[in-house]
Design a protein around this ligand. Structure first.
Ligand code: PEP
Length: 248
């Protein structure tokens, strides 16, 4: 049985005090022994949130990580810095990074390795645009994004990682992939990994992301190859986020 995981992505939202209130409200809704819940918060609030959620079931993540270890890379944040701020996870290759900030398959693979090197679990985001889906390129896009990481890090590196399948057309749009559409791609991802290592495929958590809300989470999470969710908009409200977490 794979442990499920529900992860919030706050993106560039909220003030310090709003972030603290949100983290505290999420923690207040958790019981001791709960696991598999995390929030990826803006870099500048990592330490504050780290202190607020210490010794609680809520884990901390960042929304990106540098593709270099240290040095003259103005504006970047290294894996070691994230580790020091208490991050268990770092998103890599979120579609907003790929489309607005030029993150390439190559740089995403390097970021993946940099996070892992510091003991921060990379959450590799993959997914197709609407145009790619309409051109029947979904699986080819997934292959390209996944293989860039496998070719660089090796299949066994996926053991300490998470994959998030996020169809770009479903992110922040209110359009969710149907349960069957999501399952089809999750199954495909697991099969591609299984072709290289059945053990890794059996154990890796594959999250779905894209307009998951309290009213659709249960059906999505019921699919056999979906191990949880990466939640954007709905993670900014503690009640919604907790309801989604409880839908697992
Ligand atoms: C995301 O940003 O990863 C995401 C899934 O956003 P939303 O839930 O708002 O679609």
């Amino acid at each position: 049985m794979r442990q499920s995981l529900v992860m919030g992505n706050w993106k560039m939202n909220g003030s310090r005090s709003e972030g603290l209130d949100l983290a505290n409200a999420i923690v207040a809704g958790l019981k001791q022994g709960d696991q598999g819940i995390a929030v990826c918060v803006p870099y500048v609030y990592l330490s504050d949130i780290q202190n607020a959620i210490a010794d609680t079931p809520l884990a901390l993540g960042a929304q990106n990580v540098a593709d270099q270890e240290s040095g003259a890379y103005t504006g970047e944040i290294s894996g070691a810095m994230l580790k020091e701020c208490g991050c268990s996870y770092a998103l890599v290759g979120h579609s907003e990074r790929r489309s607005y900030y030029g993150d390439t398959d190559e740089s995403v693979a390097t970021r993946f390795c940099q996070a892992q090197k510091q003991g921060v679990v990379p959450v590799l985001c993959v997914g197709e645009t609407l145009e790619e889906r309409e051109n029947d390129e979904t699986f080819a896009v997934i292959d390209r994004q996944l293989n860039a990481v496998i070719d660089k890090a090796g299949i066994d590196a996926l053991t300490d990682s998470v994959i998030a399948y996020e169809p770009v057309w479903a992110i922040g749009t209110g359009k969710t992939a149907s349960d069957d559409q999501a399952q089809e791609v999750h199954k495909y991802i697991r099969e591609q990994i299984a072709a290289k290592s059945q053990t890794v495929a059996d154990n890796i958590q594959i999250l779905y992301g894209g307009s998951v809300k309290p009213n659709n989470a249960k059906a999505i999470f019921a699919m056999p190859d979906i191990d949880g969710g990466l939640i954007g908009g709905a993670s900014l409200d503690a009640e919604s986020f907790l309801t989604i977490y409880q839908s697992i």
